[in-house]
Structure formats: structure tokens, C-alpha cells
Design a protein around this ligand. Structure first.
Ligand SMILES: Nc1ncnc2c1ncn2[C@@H]1O[C@H](COP(=O)(O)OP(=O)(O)OP(=O)(O)O)[C@@H](O)[C@H]1O
Length: 452
């Protein structure tokens, strides 16, 4: 059932609304403070607000202040202002401040229901629009259309709207952070913060305070109370990058947070609720770490409600070239260069390279190539790659020549340098063999011909 927050101090009207709006779950507040508490608790898409609230019921000042505060906390909220029938000016002021609509008492259940229905419909459309925008940008952020990547993107679309704790696995530089951001962008939390912390790059003793925050005076140098990343991500998403590098001592504290969704700042005694969606990422093999007892098994199961493995670049086939072209376009803009593209040799070399550093390695190689090259096309050598990959592009004629030469030499050796026997072994006549020897310039074979 959809929830409507009714901000109304008159018990009689509260009852009347309850009766009129029976299709909705109504939650009530009778002044500004309780309205804000209910708003945070229920996050209703639609609010009806009586402008004449205590302590100043005869005037609209409290109501208008309440409206402004509601919209500051929840800008998408549709606030329908209820006014007395002589209160036109205040109603218009409320609409100017951002109220969705206004309605004059006495209450007509049918009319009010239609207004509320329209407000919910608009919210739905806005949310769909947002999701659409998010899905467009995921396509822009995650370049590639190999089967492996399309499958990974489909998984993102499925898990994003849920609250499931996701573990992203993949080699360094495969785009784990890009995927985490895509999940956040496609989720309902997309207008709330996305906060990332790299557990490997922060010294062990600092990681705890970075994550959980600290109270003033908790330790020497703690001059003021500071929020940790978990609190900063409240309402949104937290990416714990390189979770495999989190020290065991901190893993226990992390587990408690994931189970109970409350934290305590260092030096604090108060439990603080944190509504955070957690995504973890690592290039390590956590299952092996669990076996060797360097990663807590209970934490492993808690963070891997769903696991998404991001394929290494070398398994993405032609995506390598699509990403390279997109990056080239970007670097051309960044460095005001005018490199048009890649030589065949470069494309071949990129397809054959194993990319141990994945997309980050591709970025680095391309960046330096764009900056250093004097040519219009980037070659394999500009990328620091071995350009001897012509064999893959050999013509059929060349392949045939190599195969025939090899077969002739092999038969010649087996025939103990006797050319008649060589021809027999190959199933051809002697004149044909001579013709081939001339064609492939195998003159050393003629010189040792013993049957002449
Ligand atoms: N599919 C993609 N298309 C284009 N750029 C990408 C793609 N995936 C990743 N990138 C870019 O590659 C770089 C590395 O990505 P990211 O930092 O997400 O990798 P990671 O797996 O988190 O790496 P690490 O494990 O080292 O932290 C980033 O600059 C990112 O923008």
C-alpha cells in the first residue's frame, strides 16, 4: 500500500482524511517537528500539509517553513497543501515554494483522491525517467558489446534495484569501480552519495577511523568529531574496494556493521544507524583466503550474497578495439592531438596482447602513444607492443607456399634425398615436383639429386 504523510493538527480532520483516503496507508504528524521525523522514517512520496500548524495555527508561517524543510530533505516529494477556503494567497505562495498542488477545505474525498493519485503517477513517471537516464549512462560508462560484457551488464540491471550485498571479482583494472558505480546509478539510491574506499591503500591503523569515524578526543590529534565513510554514505552506496586487504581485526567490526547496520565511532558510546548499501570488490581469491584463514568465512558469506565476476580485457574479444577507439577519441580531446586511428599491425597486436593490467594498461599505453607519436595512425611500436603478427593475416597463397615447402622438405628427407622417391611419397609426378622446386626456389634440393 502506498504511504501518504498527513501533517494536520486537527484531530477531526485527521479522522476525516483517514476515512476519505482509505486506499492509502496514512501516517500522521501534528506539527513541524513530528512531520520531519515521520518524513525521514517513511520517506512518503506524497504529503498533505495543513498550512496552519501550531504554535501559529492562525497563520501559515509554520506550514510554509515545514514545506520548505520537507522539500530540502526530499526534493521529489509531492506536497499537497490544505488551506482554509479564504487562504488563496498562502496557497499560491506554497506552490511558488515548490508545493505540488493545493486544496481548499472542506474536504471532498473524490477530489482529494484524484489529486493524490495524480501525484503518485507523476512520482512514478519521474522515477522511470531517472532509471532510463541511468541505464543510458551505464551504456556510456561501460564500453563494450562482447557477450561477456553484455552478460555482466544484464546482471547489473537485475541486481541494481535490489538491496543485495554484491561482491565484484576481477583482475586489477577490469573496471570493478565502474561496475559498482553503475549498480549505484541504476538503483533507487542514485540521488544519494556513492562513497568508495580502497582498503589496500590506507594504512591499517587509519582504516578503522576512515570507515567508522571518531569522536573528538578519541585519540591524540582527534580535534573534532569526524564522520567515517560509512556515515558519509548514509542513504547511498559504499564501495569497499580491495576488501581482501582488510585486516582481520577490522573484519570483525565490519561484520557487525553488516549484520546490525549500526556503527560506533571510535571513542563513541552511542550506536548510530547507517542505511548503506554495500558493494565489495577485490582482485584476490577470497575463497582461498578463507581456506587459509586470512579472511573471515562469516564475512565472506555476508558480503557475497551475489558475486559478479568481471571478465579480463583479453577475454572481451573485439571490445579491446572499441574501448581503444573510445579512449583515443578522449585523449585526442585531452591533449589536442589529431591521431586518426590505428594501423592494422597495432590492431592485431592489441588483439593478441594478454593485457595483464587490463583497461588501465590500455589507457596508459594509449595515452603515451597519443602524446609521443608524430604519425596520424598509432602503430604497434607506439603502444610498446610486439608488431610481428603478420602470420595471422597471411594470404592463402602464402599459407599454401609454406605448407608445400614444408611437406616437400619432409618427404625429401624421408626419401633420403632421392627426388623420384620424394615425388612418389608426395603423390605427384617428377615434373610437378621439379616445377614446385623452381617455384619455391628450393634449389639446394636439385643439387643433391641422386637419381639423375
Ligand atoms: N568498459 C570500460 N570502458 C571504458 N573504460 C573503462 C571500462 N571499464 C573500466 N574502464 C576504465 O578503466 C580504469 C580502471 O577501472 P576501475 O578503476 O574501475 O578498475 P578496478 O577493477 O576497480 O581496478 P583496481 O582493482 O585496480 O582498483 C578506469 O579509468 C575506468 O574508467
Amino acid at each position: 500500500m502506498k504511504t501518504v504523510l498527513v501533517v494536520e493538527d486537527d484531530i477531526g480532520i485527521q479522522k476525516q482524511l483517514k476515512w476519505s483516503l482509505s486506499d492509502y496507508e496514512l501516517v500522521f504528524a501534528d506539527d513541524k517537528a513530528s512531520a520531519m521525523t515521520q518524513l525521514r522514517r517513511y520517506e512518503p512520496a506524497v504529503v498533505t500539509l495543513d498550512l496552519g500548524l501550531p504554535p501559529d495555527p492562525a497563520n501559515a508561517s509554520q506550514g510554509l517553513a515545514c514545506l520548505a524543510e520537507i522539500l530540502a530533505v526530499q526534493p521529489d516529494c509531492k506536497v499537497i497543501v490544505l488551506t482554509g477556503n479564504t487562504d488563496n494567497a498562502h496557497a499560491l505562495k506554497a506552490v511558488a515554494l515548490g508545493a505540488y498542488d493545493y486544496y481548499q477545505k472542506p474536504i471532498d474525498a473524490d477530489v482529494l483522491n484524484i489529486i493524490i493519485q495524480r501525484a503518485f503517477k507523476l512520482t512514478e513517471l519521474e522515477q522511470e525517467n531517472k532509471a532510463l537516464k541511468a541505464s543510458n549512462s551505464i551504456q556510456l560508462d561501460i564500453i563494450g558489446n562482447s557477450d561477456a560484457m553484455l552478460k555482466a551488464c544484464r546482471t547489473v540491471e537485475k541486481i541494481a534495484p535490489t538491496e543485495i550485498t554484491t561482491l565484484l571479482l576481477g583482475e586489477s583494472g577490469t573496471g570493478k569501480e565502474v561496475f559498482a558505480r553503475a549498480i549505484h546509478k541504476q538503483s533507487l539510491r542514485n540521488n544519494k552519495p556513492f562513497v568508495a574506499i580502497n582498503c589496500a591503500s590506507i594504512p591499517e591503523n587509519l582504516l578503522e577511523s576512515e570507515l567508522f569515524g571518531y569522536e573528538k578526543g578519541a585519540f591524540t590529534g582527534a580535534n573534532k568529531t569526524t564522520l567515517g565513510k560509512i556515515e558519509c554514505a548514509n542513504g547511498g552506496t559504499l564501495l569497499l574496494d580491495e576488501i581482501g586487504d582488510m585486516p582481520l581485526s577490522l573484519q570483525a567490526k565490519m561484520l557487525r556493521f553488516l549484520q546490525e547496520r549500526v556503527i560506533e565511532r571510535i571513542g563513541g558510546r552511542q550506536e548510530i544507524e547507517a542505511d548503506v548499501r554495500v558493494i565489495c570488490a577485490t582482485h584476490r581469491n577470497l575463497a582461498e583466503m578463507v581456506a587459509s584463514q586470512t579472511f573471515r568465512e562469516d564475512l565472506y558469506y555476508r558480503i557475497s550474497e551475489i558475486t559478479l565476476t568481471i571478465p579480463p580485457l583479453r577475454e572481451r574479444g573485439h571490445d579491446i578495439i572499441i574501448i581503444a577507439r573510445a579512449l583515443l577519441h578522449k585523449f585526442n580531446q585531452d591533449y589536442r592531438s589529431q591521431v586518426h586511428g590505428f594501423t592494422d599491425n597495432a590492431i592485431q597486436a592489441m588483439l593478441l596482447h594478454s593485457w595483464p593490467g587490463n583497461i588501465r594498461e590500455l589507457q596508459n599505453k594509449l595515452k603515451s602513444a597519443v602524446i609521443l607519436t608524430d604519425n596520424k595512425l598509432i602503430d604497434a611500436v607506439d603502444l610498446g607492443l610486439n608488431g610481428n603478427h603478420h602470420s595471422k593475416l597471411d594470404t592463402l597463397r602464402k599459407v599454401r607456399e609454406q605448407a608445400e615447402t614444408q611437406a616437400i622438405r619432409h618427404a625429401y628427407a624421408v626419401a633420403n634425398t632421392n627426388l623420384s622417391k620424394t615425388a612418389d611419397l608426395l603423390g605427384i609426378t617428377r615434373p610437378t615436383l621439379y616445377a614446385l622446386i623452381d617455384k619455391y626456389r628450393l634449389h639446394d634440393l636439385r643439387h643433391t639429386d641422386h637419381d639423375h
